[in-house]
Ligand binder design. Structure first.
Ligand code: RNT
Ligand code: ZN
Length: 420
């Protein structure tokens, strides 16, 4: 691909006060936490051939090449990482531990089950984030985990959550980079809920118990993920947006905002400033809902661009932990990673290439039409030439060539995997 166009693009952006070299350097340092669960359809490795079961989330499709064990998953991630520019982290679920083919229940997981992931991350020079797995388990079948009225079930999940915090602190300490632990639970009801207050009161107490132990900030940090509804929790989700916003504010925890967990017409970018004025940090799950929380592969949509703009304009991008959360089992899974992650980079690059000072001044001087005119004028600048330069300095093939890279991997590696 012709990269000679970059000097001209640099000049054009320079004319509006944007230093594209500086933008490219900065973008390369923004960490994106890549989720482990796209490569195996949220199956995990607790049991041979594990599949996502229950919990209000679902994968559809049976495209060949699903990762069936840790070695395959790591190989897939390494290939995906080789096609994704910039700084990467791995976002791991508790069910992806290295259990050595022995069944270890969720309340019995230990830091040692993640040693081989830590070694792998050290080899790659990346950090790891972590998630408790409160679904795909018989003790979650009745629809409640931490907010269950059954003390035995509740205690089981409280113990799981405590173990996850211990593991996250261990991972963060070992890797010298804080491990962001996200807690998402599927708890809710399909139909009319009578005792909303009761379940939320139980969840509040359970979380208090889970968070009773303090871990150093430089090892691990907690986030709680809000949600509107799921499959089987259409009428009532215990861990709603209001519940966790309040819990996090009162207990100095991060909120995790997933782009699929709101009404589909809602633009979540507007929530960011309200959250970051009251919290130092937050976690984002970048996803693409289609009609519902469908976890489609992220594209460079207006919504994603608006989120990126908010992070850049507020100058808070370093305070926000950015993770991907999508899973599509109907397409080449490595391709899904690559398209999703590159799209997010494009959205952030779009935001970083805006002449922030000038747009802000127009707004403050009540020059609304000038603000719109400049905003529109930006859409004619050669964004693609800067993006291609960003890929080039990161040693990546461009977007027109990237499909042959994951197609080659499909032929060499994925095609040989037995379809289950
Ligand atoms: C579910 C949440 C949650 C999961 C992952 C697998 O609706 O978005 O983050 O997608 O934990
Ligand atoms: Zn999520």
């Amino acid at each position: 691909m012709d990269t000679d166009r970059y000097p001209e693009a640099k000049k054009l952006y320079g004319a509006i006060g944007v230093d594209t070299d500086e933008v490219i350097r900065t973008l390369s340092t923004i960490p994106i936490s890549i989720h482990c669960w796209q490569a195996d359809d949220v199956g995990g490795f607790e049991r041979e051939g594990a599949v996502l079961a229950g919990g209000g989330i679902q994968t559809t499709g049976n495209y060949p090449g699903k990762a069936g064990n840790i070695e395959e998953l790591r190989s897939d991630l390494e290939r995906a990482f080789s096609l994704i520019p910039g700084t990467k982290r791995l976002n791991l679920h508790a069910s992806y531990g290295d259990f050595d083919r022995v069944f270890v229940d969720r309340d019995e997981i230990e830091p040692s089950h993640f040693d081989s992931w830590i070694r792998w991350a050290k080899k790659l020079g990346i950090g790891i984030d972590f998630n408790g797995t409160f679904f795909s388990h018989p003790k979650a079948d009745d629809g409640f985990t931490l907010s269950s009225k059954d003390p035995e079930i509740r205690t089981f999940w409280i113990n799981h959550a405590k173990k996850c915090r211990k593991i996250a602190a261990y991972i963060g300490k070992e890797l010298g980079s804080p491990c962001i632990l996200n807690t998402w639970i599927p708890d809710g009801m399909k139909d009319i809920a009578f005792d909303r207050m009761g379940h939320r009161a139980i969840l509040k107490d359970a979380l208090d118990e889970v968070f009773a132990t303090e871990y150093p900030h430089e090892y691990m940090r907690d986030a709680v993920e809000t949600k509107l509804f799921g499959i089987g929790s259409e009428s009532f989700v215990v861990g709603s947006h209001e519940f966790y916003m309040n819990y996090a504010a009162h207990h100095d925890k991060m909120v995790c905002i997933d782009m699929g967990h709101f009404h589909t017409e809602e633009d979540i970018s507007d929530k960011i400033s309200s959250i970051l004025l009251f919290h130092d940090e937050m976690l984002l799950h970048i996803s693409r809902p289609v009609h519902w929380d469908s976890d489609h592969v992220v594209l460079t949509t207006d919504k994603v661009k608006n989120v990126a703009r908010e992070l850049v304009r507020s100058n808070k991008i370093r305070n926000v932990h950015i993770g991907l959360d999508f899973f599509d089992a109907s397409i080449n899974r490595i391709g899904a990673y690559v398209v999703g992650a590159r799209s997010l980079h494009k959205a952030i690059l779009t935001a970083m290439l805006e002449p922030l000072g000038r747009l802000k001044t127009y707004e403050e001087e009540n020059k609304g039409a000038q603000k719109l005119a400049l905003y529109e004028a930006l859409s004619t600048l050669p964004f693609g030439d800067v993006y291609n330069e960003y890929l080039r300095v990161n040693g990546m093939v461009n977007d027109f060539e990237v499909m042959s890279s994951f197609e080659a991997y499909e032929q060499e590696v994925l095609a040989g995997r037995v379809r289950v």
